[in-house]
Design a binder for this molecule. Structure first.
Ligand code: SF4
Length: 400
């Protein structure tokens, strides 16, 4: 074990790439070795990002009723999940939500819309929204996540002020057809490349916990490394009742930590962002993840609620980390400008949740966190996914 970890740290400290067998070995370490694995990944994290934590804030511009069939998604074709469904937010509504996230400490706002991809009219609408957000917030970084892009759309988003574009690969190329039949892995790769070419900082990540193998996880993370994205959001499946993967409760907190360590070792000097599923799957072990990731979402996710934004800030401070301020460049100097004008971390999107910012000391939703970290898998695990009922698309204030 010492030999493996010493090799991974040495490679990570110089920004190198470990072998696939080393990455696989991280996923197969024992619980006895877990803290050593976290500590080793923490050395690499601190080499490139210090103790800073970047906060990102999701604004769901358009929710539900998607024609695509991504099996993990609560907004998919035929989803019976009881999520909020609404059409496009007005630019000023989106700017209101974004401003709440910025007041809560976010330095990047991620604007997301369900669907296969935007029409040119959608791009024009989102461009107005980006301009409204920039004006309201004094120029906060904005990442767009609108699905597959057509010719010229990435350039128009860049011209409107978008700093980054998110489109996740989600899982390995070899098994992509198992989770979606309405578009392909290659479609997704093409959009990530189009975003980069247009000068947008590329953001692309994965979802773990869908029944994939260790090899699948290693494959998708190496693919992301080869795509040279600036930011890698790591999502952990939220098995929404009413979706095909509702019974896929495969993750333990220890497994989640091993996956995050593997991603950090394979992508040592890029933004690794802990995304959806953080509260549900890590539970009381969330602070350990901060030793490996340098970025999280503040507040609620797209269709589910996370813990209170105030609790996120307390967790960061208690664990000995600091929220990254707007003036600090996220990425290490050698990567500045690597993927686009943002020169840094990218935004992503999948799910973020939180409590209403206007409700001080709002409790963590019972449905989002089990009674006890030691409780293990509850009898009705589906009850742990808290559907978002506040913020964008509702009359209630957002959680930030
Ligand atoms: S992930 Fe995106 S494209 Fe797939 S079903 Fe959900 S909203 Fe639609």
């Amino acid at each position: 074990m010492d030999e493996l970890l010493n090799s991974l740290v040495e490679t990570g400290l110089r920004g190198g790439t470990p072998t696939r067998s080393e990455a696989l070995a991280v996923l197969r370490t024992s619980d006895d070795d877990l803290l050593d694995v976290v500590a080793a990944a923490g050395k690499v994290r601190r080499r490139w990002f210090g103790r800073r934590v970047k906060l990102n804030y999701l604004v769901n511009l358009k929710s539900g009723l998607c024609p695509e069939d991504c099996s993990y998604c609560s907004q998919r074709l035929g989803s019976q999940a009881d999520i909020l469904k609404y059409t496009w937010l007005k630019p000023e509504e989106a700017a209101d939500a974004a401003a709440a996230g910025v007041r809560g400490g976010a330095k990047r706002v991620c604007v997301v819309a369900s669907g296969r991809g935007p029409t040119d009219g959608d791009v024009a609408r989102v461009s107005r929204t980006i301009e409204a957000i920039k004006e309201r917030t004094g120029g906060v970084e904005v990442c767009a996540c609108l699905g597959l892009l057509s010719d010229g759309q990435a350039e128009r988003l860049r011209a409107a002020g978008a700093d980054a574009y998110n489109h996740n690969l989600n899982t390995a190329e070899a098994t992509y057809g198992d989770i979606c039949t309405t578009h392909t892995y290659d479609d997704r790769v093409a959009t990530v490349k189009e975003a980069r070419t247009a000068g947008l900082s590329p953001c692309s990540g994965l979802i773990a916990g869908m029944g994939e193998s260790d090899e699948d996880l290693v494959d998708v993370v190496f693919s992301l490394r080869e795509l040279d994205v600036d930011s890698v959001p790591v999502n952990f499946l939220l098995p929404f009742e009413g979706t095909p993967l509702a019974d896929q409760w495969n993750l333990t907190p220890q497994r989640v930590l091993r996956i995050l360590a593997m991603v950090r070792f394979v992508c040592p000097d890029v933004e690794v962002r802990l995304a959806a599923g953080r509260e549900v799957h890590l539970r009381s072990l969330q602070p350990l993840a901060l030793h490996m990731v340098n970025s999280i979402f503040l507040g609620d996710y797209l269709t589910s609620e996370g813990q209170a934004g105030k609790a996120d800030l307390e967790m960061i401070a208690d664990a000995g980390f600091e929220v990254e301020d707007a003036e600090t460049t996220t990425m290490p100097a050698h990567r500045n400008g690597a993927g686009g004008a943002a020169g840094g971390a990218a935004t992503s999107a999948t799910t973020v949740a939180q409590e209403a910012a206007a409700v001080p000391d709002a409790p963590v939703p019972e449905s989002a966190v089990p009674e006890s970290a030691a409780a293990g898998r509850p009898e009705r695990p589906q009850a742990r996914v808290a559907v978002r009922r506040r913020g964008a698309g509702t009359e209630l204030p957002p959680n930030a």
